[in-house]
Design a protein around this ligand. Structure first.
Ligand code: PXG
Length: 460
């Protein structure tokens, strides 16, 4: 047991200083300053403690990233050992180092065999920035430089930097302006909200066919690639109908458009497969990775390339004019290596596939299958979403679904569980080391939060 918790400073003191200096992510800063942010001070396994020593079960793995949970001493030891031996060196000017070499070996042993190379970054946003440059460079190298346009999806999320924001389809982010050209979007495959009279299978095909229509509208000779998350994360944890990905893959192959999967959330075991595209059964040409690569202990991301692209760039491409000071940072690489070893050698990804993943999906359906607030339950492995609905049969959504979901999230915090709300959907994605007992607690506390929300909505 840890010693009794002694806050170093009072929470209000931290909050006032934070308000004086810090611009937070995706928030009305003035409103946050008035309320004061929660001050988190420690983490162990699936649990977090705030500065007032209140404990939370983190049902979101931080921001979908702490696959191994908090406080792993093997990861901090790997970082310390690497810092002591070689704290920094770079990938410029013809050098490399063992940590990054061993990380790449392990990474490609986990990936399907048609991937061969990776460009390391510090984040998922950067991975997608690099993606645009790499894909466009590929088409230059193979003699089709006019293939420049990337197609993404409305409500997709690929990061917060300029090009990643443009690739994504969050309109409220686009409204801040200044985006890059040569990006187009098609609709998201969100059957519950947009499926109308179509069956999920029909709707999945219809959404995929939008890609074909967009390619024909803009000219296949101008399209570099299509990017999407295998399942949408930040946009509401939306699983596409089963008909969707096979049709998307057919269209990409037919028109020679690169298929780019953003695995930043889906990668590293979340669905019970190492990568989410394996869960959905398609074969992307590139994979954007980050988050679970290091379990969030240090920042690291990357762009994984299929052999087709890598061979062209390496054999015919000449100088690849790109590089980041911290690409393949030795400390990040050492932590990622220790993280991937643990996920593999402790059988954690296998456990998600065979035991804890099916268990979470089962108990969610037992508890919420007939819940008056819940219209749909989606998910696989250790990721799931509950769709709020006023009427399940007609898929009628609450007019104030966003407020209800936010309220539910706040109730969750009060009950000591962290779940994520988006546009009328409650999301959970706990660390992959979650035990059945912890999953029981996650679902039970979520049930209390959803029941409290149902009372406000007049459903209980
Ligand atoms: N791609 C995807 C699919 C993501 O989910 C990024 C790229 C960008 O990664 P970085 O490392 O640059 O943040 C992400 C990030 C949320 C939430 O509330 C999701 C993300 C980030 C912050 C919040 O669901 N995903």
């Amino acid at each position: 047991m840890n010693a009794p918790f002694e806050p170093k400073r009072q929470t209000e003191d931290y909050q006032q200083s934070d308000a004086a200096h810090h611009i937070h992510a995706f928030v009305d800063q003035k409103a946050l300053n008035a309320e004061g942010p929660r001050v988190m001070v420690r983490g162990e396994g699936l649990y977090l403690w705030d500065n007032d020593d209140k404990r939370y079960l983190d049902g979101m793995s931080g921001l979908w990233c702490t696959q191994l949970g908090y406080g792993r001493k093997d990861l901090s030891a790997a970082a310390a050992a690497q810092m002591n031996q070689l704290s920094y060196y770079n990938m410029f000017f013809h050098t490399t180092h063992p940590a990054v070499i061993e990380l790449s070996e392990l990474l490609f042993s986990l990936l399907p065999g048609h991937y061969s190379h990776v460009i390391y970054t510090n984040s998922g946003s950067e991975a997608n920035e690099v993606l645009i440059r790499t894909v466009r460079r590929y088409w230059q190298v193979v003699g089709k430089p006019q293939k420049k346009i990337m197609i993404g999806r409305w409500n997709g999320y690929h990061g917060s930097t300029l090009a990643a924001t443009a690739l994504g389809g969050m309109k409220f982010m686009h409204e801040m302006g200044g985006l890059i050209p040569d990006i187009a979007h098609i609709d998201e495959p969100y059957w519950f909200a947009q499926g109308g009279e179509l069956t999920p299978a029909e709707f999945g095909r219809r959404c995929a066919l939008q890609l074909e229509e967009k390619i024909l509208e803009l000219g296949a000779e101008n399209i570099a690639g299509f990017i999407a998350e295998p399942f949408q994360g930040a946009g509401g944890m939306i699983f596409p109908p089963e008909s969707y990905w096979p049709e998307i893959q057919r269209i990409c192959r037919q028109y020679d458009v690169l298929l780019c999967a953003d695995e930043v959330i889906g990668g590293f075991g979340r669905t019970g497969e190492w990568f989410a595209h394996e869960h959905f059964g398609f074969e992307p040409d590139t994979l954007s990775i980050a988050k679970g690569l290091t379990s969030g202990y240090v920042p690291m991301g990357g762009l994984v390339l299929g052999k087709r692209i890598a061979d062209a760039l390496v054999e015919q491409g000449g100088v690849f004019a790109h590089g980041l000071t911290y690409s393949g940072h030795p400390v990040a690489a050492a932590v990622a290596l220790a993280n991937l070893k643990a996920l593999r050698d402790e059988g954690i990804v296998r456990q998600v596939k065979e035991d804890t993943g099916p268990y979470l999906q089962q108990i969610l359906r037992e508890v919420f299958g007939n819940h008056p607030m819940v219209g749909e339950i989606q998910g696989a492995g250790l990721v799931a979403a509950l769709q709020f609905a006023e009427d399940k049969a007609t898929r009628k959504r609450f007019a104030n679904e966003n407020d209800l979901a936010w309220q539910c999230r706040t109730f969750g915090f009060e009950e000591g569980v962290i779940i994520r709300s988006t546009l009328g959907r409650m999301i959970m994605a706990p660390a992959l080391v979650a035990t059945r007992t912890e999953l029981d607690e996650l679902v039970e506390k979520t049930r209390i939060a959803v029941d409290r929300t149902a009372r406000i909505a007049g459903k209980l």
